[in-house]
Design a protein around this ligand. Structure first.
Ligand code: C5P
Length: 247
């Protein structure tokens, strides 16, 4: 399916940021009608091991996104991607900072329809963090430039998509329309001023309007009194943005 034809609910990625399969199943059962993709990240994968993927697969027919944010030398990456290709997941993440040859190796080694999603700059990092990491002042001043540079590298190294913030997604989508754009750091409007570790944030409406194909939304759903109602609000915002974009 072309990315601009994806229905609103299928664009929500819910991170199973929990440490046991029981908790993961609780959320899968509860949110299955409202989201398109379940994300297994480092916490659940580390506590339960790869067998958790098969267990999750038995509970849902939704896509599974293995968010391991791989970052290693090309040889290790390619051997690992072959193993991940056998696990039955739909997407996996790799840090673009692993470099072009690791990304190319990864895309050559992926099979079973595994899509490779490149992580650009974590949405928890701001200008001060980037300067501290040694990025030059020009790139750190506006993460947009750095993120675009990394998205460019991801695209030309064979990645199917990138993770970036809503602030950077517009330029990426304009230049590489077929690259899947995954945007975390989503807040519902009343939470935008709240301080936590996500620094480059936007509402679902703003993110989709800016060019996001998929949204990673965890805490705003998980910590809500009525998570299903929040999902409905998110779907409403996504639909509104899609209508405005005329998609
Ligand atoms: O919505 P919330 O902030 O709770 O989402 C957290 C999730 O987003 C975590 O699973 C984290 O790994 C993911 N994330 C990401 N890429 C980023 C920032 C967060 O995949 N740049």
């Amino acid at each position: 399916m072309k990315v601009n034809k994806i229905p609103a609910e299928e664009r929500i990625i819910f991170p199973l940021d929990v440490s046991s399969s029981e908790e993961a199943f609780f959320w899968i059962e509860r949110l299955n009608p409202f989201v398109g993709i379940f994300k297994i990240g480092l916490e659940l994968f580390t506590s339960e091991g790869p067998k958790v993927i098969e267990k999750v697969r038995k509970k849902t027919d939704k896509k599974i996104f293995l968010d391991l944010k791989l970052n290693d030398i090309p040889n290790t990456i390619s051997r690992t991607i072959k193993i991940i290709s056998e696990l039955g997941v739909d997407w996996v993440t790799i840090h673009v900072l692993a470099g072009a040859s690791a990304l190319k190796k990864a895309s050559e080694c992926a099979y079973n329809n595994l899509k490779l999603i490149g992580v650009t700059v974590l949405t928890s990092l701001d200008k001060a963090d980037l300067l501290e990491l040694g990025f030059n002042a020009e790139l750190a001043r506006d993460p947009k430039e750095l993120v675009f540079r990394l998205a460019f590298l991801a695209y030309f190294s064979g990645c199917d998509g990138v993770v970036c913030s809503a602030k950077e997604v517009g330029k990426i989508k304009e230049n590489f329309p077929e690259l899947i754009t995954v945007v975390p750091g989503i807040k519902l409007s009343e939470e935008l001023g709240r301080v936590d570790d996500q620094l480059r944030t936007a509402t679902p409406y703003e993110a989709i309007l800016s060019g996001a194909d998929y949204l990673v939304i965890g805490r705003p759903i998980r910590e809500a009194e009525f998570p299903e109602k929040i999902c409905e609000e998110i779907i409403f915002q996504i639909k509104k943005a899609l209508e405005e974009k005329n998609d």
